[in-house]
Design a protein around this ligand. Sequence first.
Ligand code: SF4
Length: 217
Amino acid sequence: MKNSNGDSLPRLIDEPILMLSALQHYAFCPRQFALIHVEQVWAENRFTAEGNILHERVDSGVAEQRKGTRYERGVLLKSERYKLTGKMDLLEIEQTDPPKYFPVEYKRGKPKVEDWDRIQVCAQALCIEEMRNTQITEGAIWYWEVRKREAVQINDELRASTIFAIENAHTILATGKTPPPTNKVKRCRACSLRDLCEPDTFRKDHSARYINEIFKE
Ligand code: SF4
């Protein structure tokens, strides 16, 4: 199995490991996640291209120390427990005893009501907690379009949503089954996979099949 970059997905025994960056695809739309990570289709639009450029810039930096904080960029992460792997943009480490870890993700857009981006930060926190034997209560997302840093509370609710997304994404990878289109129709307008997914055709076919079934009985 390969990811959207064409790289083979790493495996633990027989179970594929989930890329951290794939979680936002699942949170946005489980069908989008399956199209990219199971069916291997990928369509770039202006938003995804700008996002990639932003991440390349952020990841190319080196670690630095300013006052009491160390800034590590492009940090590799993994979790044996949740079968996750990936790279994070920035890890701020307050040099206290014990050290305080603070994950920061860079996004090209603006803050959202939905948890798509926050779930990715929380998944990063789960990896850091496991790797560095610590507890994380807060992270942040820096939004390029509005030049704003938004705090992310790593609370029980966000942890539960994140673990739910991780488990469901793993189920899709394991079964290889692509879910139907999201019922959040507005999301399809911003989706780079709309032409490949054909959600309207799927919904029309599904409605026609449903009506046929009713009249059959
Ligand atoms: S077009 Fe809509 S249903 Fe299809 S992958 Fe995108 S968001 Fe999901």
